[in-house]
Design a protein around this ligand. Structure first.
Ligand SMILES: Nc1ncnc2c1ncn2[C@@H]1O[C@H](COP(=O)(O)OP(=O)(O)OP(=O)(O)O)[C@@H](O)[C@H]1O
Length: 271
């Protein structure tokens, strides 16, 4: 691992990305502070998952830099990227488990794949990681025998198996009941602090996310619309931030998809 030289683990600098004619990110810049929980929020389709994929090096920026531990992911060759990814845990929506493997083998998988550790040592590490998510007792079960919330905790244990510096969560709360949702949120916070890692969460869930995040970045129109602590954003008078934080259906982001004037449409129907 590189010796940390800056207080930010990830630095996004002047980043642009498009899918052909569709510009998704435009001159985006923000930092992910080391050792903290940062939330990336904003309207649906605003490019949050795209940012995670750029950090993970699954896609490359059109312009700008994506620095992780001071190294630019967008300029890495395959070998460098492979090494960088080992330092990142990624939990994408409903992080799929291998259904034919036990919970234990799912968590052991990255250790067997990427290290030359003995099976004895792997066993200890797997049990430790499962313990961290409260599922040491479920080690012999198959994914089909556990609940959706538990599956996600197993995926989380697998994501931290290699002791990453950074863990990225895409919609970790989607589809969870309120109790599992609270558990998942507290777990993300607890793992961040006890393992000394850095967490980046993409989420729509303002209440739970504000509860656990140290820093929130709100994306809009391809750039940063606002950022700050949850407390700072809660009292923001900026109309867009206010609409977002208080989940109002109308505001700078309109409720109605652009349409002809209502009178014009109804007149036509009557004609
Ligand atoms: N492979 C692709 N080709 C073309 N367009 C894409 C592709 N992947 C994503 N997009 C578009 O890029 C935009 C940003 O997608 P992204 O998934 O990053 O948004 P998001 O903010 O994570 O959205 P959500 O909150 O709904 O998950 C969306 O409009 C999406 O339709």
């Amino acid at each position: 691992m590189n010796t940390p030289t800056s207080s930010s683990l990830v630095e996004i600098r002047d980043l642009s990305f498009d899918y052909g004619d569709r510009v998704i990110l435009k001159n985006l810049s923000f930092n992910v502070p080391r050792g903290k929980v940062t939330a990336l929020m904003g309207v649906s389709g605003g490019g949050k998952t795209t940012v995670l994929r750029l950090i993970g090096g699954q896609i490359r920026a059109t312009q700008g830099q994506v620095l992780v531990n001071d190294q630019d992911v967008s300029r890495m060759n395959q070998q460098e990227l492979y090494a960088a990814r080992r330092r990142m845990g990624m939990l994408f929506q409903f992080g799929a488990l291998f259904t034919d493997m036990s919970v234990f083998d799912n968590v052991a998988f990255p250790l067997r794949e990427h290290t030359a550790l003995s099976e004895d040592l792997i066993r200890d590490i797997v049990l430790m990681k499962l313990d961290a998510v409260g599922l040491r007792g479920a080690r012999d079960l198959k994914p089909s025998e556990i609940s959706g919330g538990m599956s996600r905790r197993v995926a989380l244990a697998r994501a931290i198996a290699l002791d990453p510096d950074l863990i990225m969560y895409d919609e970790p709360f989607a589809g969870l009941d309120p109790i599992s949702l609270g558990t998942a949120a507290r777990l993300i916070r607890r793992l961040n602090d006890s393992l000394g890692i850095t967490s980046l969460i993409v989420s729509h869930d303002v209440t739970e996310t504000f509860e656990i995040a140290d820093h929130v970045v709100i994306l809009a129109n391809g750039g940063v619309a606002a950022q700050g602590t949850p407390a700072e954003l809660r009292v923001s008078e900026d109309p867009l931030i206010h609409q977002f934080v208080h989940a109002l259906s109308d505001g700078p982001v309109p409720f109605h998809y652009p349409a002809p004037a209502a009178a014009q449409d109804y007149d036509r129907r009557a004609a």
